[in-house]
Design a protein around this ligand. Structure first.
Ligand SMILES: Nc1ncnc2c1ncn2[C@@H]1O[C@H](COP(=O)(O)OP(=O)(O)OP(=O)(O)O)[C@@H](O)[C@H]1O
Length: 622
């Protein structure tokens, strides 16, 4: 029989003939039915029909058995399916239960707890920053464990006092200390062994008794200890960190006079040129007073951007004792080897939290890498958030923390007035506000254009005003400060950054035209008045454009200082209180009205970091 006769037979036969090996066996082969010729099939059918009768019973039985088997199979299959469904449902339910339980637990957690968890994550990220030490020290694993030794000792009668007596004295002046073997507080300059001519000079400037930060800070620094000094604005921190460096330089010069190319023995770093200039001028007056009193003459160099170092060649031409600097110019001079830190043993940072926190951290490390020996490090500021304190402490040797009042608290000698003034009414109201006190008055705005606008407006109204901000030339800035300090000008309009830490005589009134976002800036700004024990007024304009969180920080600060809280500030609720959270201050900026997760300073730092990464990425691409 041909293939044509049985249709598909040729295909099947071809497959039979190929007799596939097991590994090539396709699924179709499972259904393979061997070919049975038609005649044979007919015969088979006939035989079946004929035997039907005889086998009918057997067949029925078999059929019944088969049907039963089939039913059983179906039942078993159904049972298996049901079991599977049951198992799946149980797993699903368990998963749902776990999910529901977690949701319930989350719901039970207060918003404050969730915020705390978030805060802990952010803090852990901050904590991972590198220690404040030079790269070389970090790379070599150099770690100093003992503070520097100095020859200074407190007078015997003070050494003989008990720890309890020291404690009571500190308590009397509201001084909080932390650390090991803390040197004693000393209540007058003579007992601190400050040279007589300087004591007399200070007296002539009405500096007769040390302020609390000086009373504990100067002995601590004289004893060679690393320290973190925190005290409110205008409390005399400058003398506290300058005096030890002057005394150390005097001692070194007395041992062996310095000649050209030698020194400095100490460096003071400030975050702004103006602050560095002011500190430099202070050091000059104090070292001059000593020289006039028969002590060796000390050379001090001002090392800041915007001035020609040629003007100071007379200082560089001699032995150098002290350098007062801003970071950028200092690094430049060190890199050019105009002087070295081979003999430098004293490093002080003013407004240290700003230096560490606001972009100078790498510069500070760079500066540290020029030191050849162990140094004594002093960090001072009016604001020092806990997080920065912790970080700084890790970088110092057995540090002593000297704290007068809460870090970041406002000076209690400043009467703080907060007024709601609509944006468009500010200028006119400013004139009215100027009538509150006689000059000198400082007006702050963080916006450079606004600083210029205010000055222009005041000049038009016949008010003698100067202005200072970061976009002014160094000459303009110096002129503004000089004419305001000398009393030739009544009002200074300033951006916060340009005037931080500046000590002007007897400022009567500080007007904050636009409230800074960060409460620390506010504390520094109002701190231009109420200095060295005198009182002053600070008037601050706020309105709808002031962020609520800033207002809340302000509200708590006023409450802490026992000042009047105006009704519009009173009505601002703390969302953390509603959530039952803790109302402790932000560890990053010290603001009392918010937590770390919505800290404006942290946001700002992160934004700047991202911007600088972008810039370095861009640079890397070329
Ligand atoms: N023991 C003292 N008694 C009286 N006045 C002092 C004393 N020590 C310093 N002063 C004066 O107090 C003023 C403020 O001092 P200083 O500038 O050192 O304050 P500060 O704590 O550094 O403030 P800021 O945090 O704003 O920089 C200065 O004019 C200074 O001469």
């Amino acid at each position: 029989m041909s293939d044509a006769e049985n249709g598909t037979a040729g295909y099947k036969r071809r497959r039979v003939q190929r007799s596939p090996s097991p590994e090539y066996k396709l699924d179709d082969d499972d259904n393979y039915e061997p070919y049975i010729p038609v005649a044979q099939r007919r015969q088979a059918k006939l035989a079946k029909l004929t035997s039907w009768g005889a086998n009918a019973d057997k067949d029925r039985e078999r059929q019944q058995r088969e049907e039963e088997q089939e039913r059983e199979d179906e039942e078993r299959e159904e049972e298996r399916r049901r079991e599977k469904e049951r198992r799946e449902r149980t797993l699903l339910m368990e998963a749902q239960e776990v999910h529901d339980k977690k949701a319930a637990e989350d719901a039970k957690k207060t918003e404050a707890e969730k915020a705390e968890e978030q805060d802990a994550e952010i803090l852990a990220a901050i904590a991972s920053r590198r220690k404040l030490a030079s790269d070389l020290e970090l790379a070599k694993g150099v770690q100093y464990v003992e503070p520097l030794k100095t020859t200074w000792r407190p007078p015997r009668f003070i050494r003989e006092r008990t720890e309890e007596q020291h404690r009571r004295l500190r308590e009397k002046y509201h001084i909080i200390v932390e650390g090991e073997d803390i040197p004693p507080p000393i209540e007058n300059f003579t007992d601190m062994k400050v040279p007589e001519p300087l004591v007399k000079f200070l007296k002539s400037k009405r500096i007769t008794k040390p302020t609390p930060i000086q009373l504990q800070g100067i002995p601590t620094a004289f004893a060679g200890r690393d320290m973190i000094g925190i005290a409110f604005t205008g409390s005399g921190k400058t003398l506290a960190f300058c005096l030890p460096i002057i005394m150390f330089a005097l001692e070194e010069e007395s041992k062996m006079p310095f000649t050209r190319g030698e020194g400095p023995v100490g460096v003071i770093i400030c975050p702004s040129r103006e602050l560095a200039t002011q500190t430099y001028e202070n050091v000059l007056t104090w070292t001059d007073a000593l020289a006039k009193g028969g002590y060796p003459h000390l050379n001090t160099l001002l090392c800041i951007g915007g001035i020609s170092m040629g003007d100071q060649s007379h200082v560089l031409g001699k032995g150098l004792h002290i350098v007062v600097a801003t970071p950028g110019r200092l690094i430049d001079m060190l890199e050019k080897k105009r002087f070295t830190f081979d003999q430098c043993k004293y490093l002080c940072m003013d407004e240290a939290d700003r230096m560490i926190d606001l972009g100078f951290e790498e510069d500070v490390r760079n500066i540290m890498s020029f030191f050849k020996h162990q140094r004594q490090t002093l960090l001072f500021s009016a604001t020092m958030p806990r997080k920065i304190q912790d970080f700084a402490q890790q970088s110092l040797v057995k540090p002593v923390l000297v704290n007068v009042g809460r870090a970041g608290a406002a000076n209690l000698d400043v009467l703080q007035v907060v007024e709601y003034v609509k944006q468009e009414a500010k200028m006119v109201y400013l004139l009215e506000c100027l009538q509150k006190t006689p000059p000198p008055v400082i007006i702050f705005s963080d916006n450079k254009n606004e600083v210029d606008d205010i000055q222009e407006y005041l000049l038009l109204k016949g008010v003698e005003a100067v202005a200072i901000h970061g976009s002014k030339t160094q000459e303009e800035r110096q002129y503004a400060i000089k004419s305001f300090k000398s009393g030739a000008k009544d009002v200074m309009v300033a951006s916060g950054v340009a005037s931080k830490g500046l000590d002007f005589n007897d400022i009567q009134h500080v007007i904050i035209f636009s409230m800074p976002k960060e409460i620390e800036d506010y504390v520094h700004q109002i701190g231009r008045t109420g200095r060295s024990g005198k009182t002053g007024i600070a008037t601050t304009f706020v309105n709808m454009s002031t962020p609520e969180q800033t207002l809340l920080d302000l509200k708590y600060l006023l409450m802490e200082a026992g000042q009047k809280v105006p009704p519009f500030l009173q009505s601002i609720e703390d969302p953390r209180a509603a959530q039952g959270g803790s109302l402790t201050g932000c560890p990053v900026c010290g603001g009392l009205g918010h937590g770390i997760s919505n800290c404006p300073k942290l946001e700002d730092t992160q934004r700047r970091q991202m911007a600088s990464h972008r810039i370095s990425d861009d640079k890397g691409g070329y």
